[in-house]
Design a protein around this ligand. Structure first.
Ligand code: SAH
Length: 353
């Protein structure tokens, strides 16, 4: 597991080149990052090398990562729900605000995160234009889907790697009278079980950081989006690199490495990497924002909740994966404080034709 979760570079941000229509595999990204192969105009050669670079070992590592993610969420989702409720994402707060410890405040902040994301992406509110079919990619226990189903009267389909989450999400939908509007299943974001052009809102709330193949992830989001659809990605990124930087510093890489191990994350990328990927797919109206200051009160609150008697005893009842996740929470705060970790929103529209 240690080798699998090592933050090995999957893509090399500073040297991307999207001048040619890319074949969006991680392997091809590495080709693009290689000066020698980048200079090669021979598309056939580039494709062949890309295929060869997708080694069985890499495929095996991706399978192992998926297994780890599924087990992590199978194990930890119950305790999270007990303490934090149905939304497994950050809250959105006013920067520098003093936040009381009340759980309902944090729950309201999580709802606000959904609303701010919709507003930022300019998702239409008018009855005839608002989303009617939504995909929730990396849906957790379905909190966003049920919220969007109620808000828009839309049909929402969620996918997660965790069978426990999918089952719980469906049970909650039934309990909340949404069984005919919100549907959840085990499915892989990198190979979504949906036809092309199916959804008018494509929603990924804090799942992108788990994706080992960012080009494939983004291309799948674009594939299932209908013409004119809105795509919303809210995700953890590392800081953008400066013009003279080739990579993060050793300390930064080591720091992210520790977080990767605990949360089953592959290599991180920057917000501008996402922008380049979206541009390469000809997606329109690309917008980004750094919401790191808006989520700052969240991790201290999660740590406080873990230190209550209820939090502590619930954690002990779960398992090592969840406990390990809890132990690295201070590293997330340090990463934000050192401007290494960014909480980013990236949105765009799919062209009408
Ligand atoms: N969006 C949810 C949950 C965020 S937790 C919420 O806001 O409440 C991250 C989620 O991403 C988990 O449900 C996990 O199973 C899912 N995930 C990670 N990698 C995935 C993949 N390759 N395919 C589908 N889901 C994935």
């Amino acid at each position: 597991m240690a080798t699998l979760l090592r933050c090995r570079p999957i893509i090399a941000p500073p040297t991307y080149s999207f001048n040619h229509q890319p074949s969006l595999s991680s392997a091809n990204f590495r080709i693009r990052a290689s000066p020698l192969l980048r200079r090669s105009r021979h598309r056939g050669l580039r494709m062949a090398v890309a295929a060869a670079l997708e080694t069985p070992m890499e495929q095996q590592e991706q399978q192992q990562l998926k297994k780890g993610i599924a087990e992590f969420y199978d194990e930890s989702s119950g305790v999270w729900e007990d303490i934090w409720g149905e939304h497994m994402h950050h809250g959105f707060y006013e920067p520098d605000s003093r936040v009381s410890g009340s759980e309902s405040d944090h729950c309201a902040a999580q709802i606000r995160m959904i609303e701010e994301s919709l507003r930022f992406a300019a998702v239409p509110e008018e009855a005839e234009k608002r989303p009617k079919k939504v995909v929730d990619v990396g849906c957790g226990i379905g909190g966003s889907s049920r919220y969007l189903a109620r808000k828009y009267g839309a049909k929402c389909h969620g996918i997660t790697l965790s069978p426990v989450q999918a089952q719980r999400a469906n049970a909650l939908a039934a309990a909340q009278g949404l069984a005919d509007q919100a549907f959840f299943q085990v499915g892989d974001a990198l190979n979504q079980p949906f036809p092309d052009g199916e959804f008018d809102l494509v929603w990924s709330m804090e799942s992108g950081e788990h994706m080992p193949d960012k080009p494939k992830f983004v291309s799948e989001l674009a594939r299932v989006a209908a013409p004119g659809a809105t795509i919303i990605i809210v995700t953890w990124c590392h800081r953008d690199l400066g013009p003279s930087e080739e990579s993060l510093t050793k300390w930064e890489k080591d720091h992210l490495d520790k977080i990767c191990k605990a949360y089953y994350l592959p290599e991180w990328c920057s917000t501008s990497d996402y922008v380049k990927l979206l541009q390469s797919l000809n997606l329109q109206d690309i917008r980004t924002a750094d919401w790191s200051a808006n989520v700052a009160p969240f991790w201290p609150a999660v740590i406080r909740s873990a230190l209550t008697w209820k939090g502590f005893t619930s954690l002990l009842r779960t398992g090592m994966k969840t406990i390990r996740g809890a132990l690295v929470m201070p590293l997330m705060i340090e990463g934000f404080n050192k401007d290494l970790i960014k909480f980013s929103i990236i949105t765009c529209k799919k062209a009408l034709n």
